[in-house]
Design a protein around this ligand. Structure first.
Ligand code: FES
Length: 273
């Protein structure tokens, strides 16, 4: 059993949990995910590792309450335990050998962007963190990004925090001002990653997209995370979750990602009632 050591509400729909999981913490790297089951009867869901502490033996997860399982997970409190917590799974972000990068995160995807930023920073790379949220109430991990990046660019749709505008506005301005990035890493809503990718393609900057948002069970069996990458079929949970963003067919991914929404909504309503 994997005890919940800390539970913190980050915004109205996003919660952080620190889990006692020494075996997972020992090997965890940014970009990887775990699969958990809240209880014996529960559905297995993949969640990307938001942080880890090898000395304490803990792994941090951050989840958005979107369906029945995340709602059930959210009913657990500090001191309770998760039934299963398996990982780390998936390929880790390649951070070696890069001197200067921009990590572009959006919304709850910033939970996945954060350990990537932190790892680059620890390795001595110059890392620009560009993070975007709809408004100030939805901002997560601002202090953590500030402490673990060379510079933080906080954007909001309505201007209620940071600068009003899109993450692509900040990225374009930085590139136009002469910043030279070895790589851009983007993690967040598919539509945001699509436009980050479109922008960096124009400038010829290598870009990696984390396709976690399309994963369903994380086991390679449900087929929910099927993508077209460079004209070939790939599975985010088995072949990724990170891919060359310029090769990903984001339009197809966006179309497919809406398929499960009615089921998620119905299951969520049943859990809440
Ligand atoms: Fe089910 Fe990848 S998430 S096959």
């Amino acid at each position: 059993m994997y005890q919940i050591l800390k539970k913190e509400v980050l915004n109205p729909t996003v919660t952080l949990m620190e889990i006692d999981a020494p075996m997972v913490a020992r090997k965890a790297e940014p970009g990887q995910f775990i699969i958990l089951r809240a209880d014996e009867e529960g559905e297995r869901i993949p969640l990307t590792i938001a942080d880890y502490n090898r000395e304490k033996g803990t792994v941090t997860i951050i989840y958005q309450i979107v369906g029945a399982t995340t709602e059930a997970l959210n009913h657990l409190e500090e001191g309770d335990s998760l039934h299963d917590f398996v990982g780390p799974l998936g390929r880790a972000t390649e951070t070696e050998g890069k001197k200067k990068v921009a990590v572009v995160g959006g919304g709850v995807g910033c939970a996945i962007a954060y350990p990537v930023v932190k790892k680059f920073h620890e390795q001595g790379a110059e890392v620009h963190a560009i993070v975007g949220f709809r408004n100030k109430d939805l901002v997560i991990l601002e202090d953590e990004f500030r402490a673990n990046s060379s510079k933080l660019f906080l954007m909001s749709d309505d201007g209620s925090c940071g600068e009003k505008g899109l993450v692509t506005d900040a990225l374009k301005r930085l590139i136009d001002s002469g910043e030279k990035y070895d790589e851009v890493i983007t993690i967040g809503p598919l539509i945001m990653m699509k436009f980050v990718s479109k922008l960096t393609k124009e400038y010829g900057i290598k870009t990696v997209a984390s396709m976690n948002p399309v994963m369903v069970d994380g086991t390679g069996m449900c087929g929910g995370c099927r993508l077209s990458v460079g004209g070939k079929t790939k599975f985010a949970c088995v072949d990724g979750p990170e891919f060359d963003a310029h090769e990903v067919d984001f339009d197809e991914a966006m179309e497919r990602s809406t398929m499960y929404r009615p089921f998620e909504r119905k299951a969520h309503e049943e859990t809440c009632n």
